[in-house]
Design a protein around this ligand. Structure first.
Ligand SMILES: [Fe+2]
Length: 250
């Protein structure tokens, strides 16, 4: 399918001003590798998503498949193999975008035990993206952060604005920041894609200068219309102007 047609297919009702993510340069959170998590299911999905991100202005993608002991038992070898398949397909389809891979680690017992025993997949030299349960406040987050930092990693908490159990205890967020945890906001939170509460928390975090990284966390083409909206939000512009974002340096 020609790229123009792909674009029309995924952005059928594009607003007058097209979202432009070229100033971010790099997206560092997505699920683009086929068939290994709840993101792209096939190589065609991978190509469609990568192509759409390229048309939104991104130059480089660091994709981050889930690693979760109960659901997605991915390893560096599995991720590397799938990355190579996607790279070849992008070249074959003449989609001009760089792609690399790390992981989104779920904070479970196996993850904590693996820290220091085997090399973790990193974003940049030493940043490790991790997420926690959406339902229960994690009891072991301080231990995970301590272990990661002891091993020379910089922890990045994925989408902190999506954990409702912390909405009324904002001090917990401040404590994590004091410990040196980087925060990665999901771009789609800015337009209320997940919930109004997540949008409000995201805006508060931007106002408080807590966000260092922005990610699409794209899983499927349904996320694309949200990205179209979010890129035109005032809060997005405010974050870009903050000077805190590390995306372009990755
Ligand atoms: Fe994710």
């Amino acid at each position: 399918m020609a790229l123009g047609n792909l674009f029309k297919r995924f952005f059928p009702d594009k607003p007058t001003k097209l979202a432009d993510y070229s100033r971010l340069v790099v997206d560092m959170h997505s699920h683009l590798l086929p068939g290994i998590d709840d993101g792209a299911a096939t190589i065609d999905d991978s190509i469609a998503l990568a192509s759409s991100l390229q048309q939104l202005g991104y130059k480089k993608l660091i994709t981050t498949p889930h690693i979760m002991s109960d659901a997605y038992r991915n390893t560096p070898a599995i991720i590397r193999d799938k990355l190579n398949i996607v790279r070849e397909a992008l070249v074959k389809n003449e989609i001009d975008i760089e792609i690399d891979a790390a992981a989104e680690y779920y904070l479970d017992h196996e993850f904590i035990e693996s820290i220091g025993k085997e090399p973790l997949l990193t974003i940049g030299n030493n940043m490790v993206l991790f997420e926690v349960s959406y339902i229960n406040a994690p009891e072991n987050i301080k231990e995970a952060i301590f272990r990661l930092q002891t091993e020379g990693y910089k922890p990045i908490l994925a989408h902190p604005e999506r954990y409702p159990f912390w909405y009324n205890s904002f001090d917990t967020y401040s404590e994590l920041k004091d410990k040196g945890v980087l925060f990665q906001l999901n771009i789609n939170s800015l337009s209320g894609y997940y919930s109004n509460a997540a949008k409000r928390v995201a805006e508060k975090m931007i106002d408080m200068g807590m966000i260092e990284l922005l990610g699409t966390d794209i899983h499927h083409t349904r996320h694309l219309s949200g990205l179209q909206k979010s890129g035109n939000e005032k809060s997005f512009e405010k974050l870009l102007q903050s000077g805190n974002l590390l995306n372009a340096s990755l």
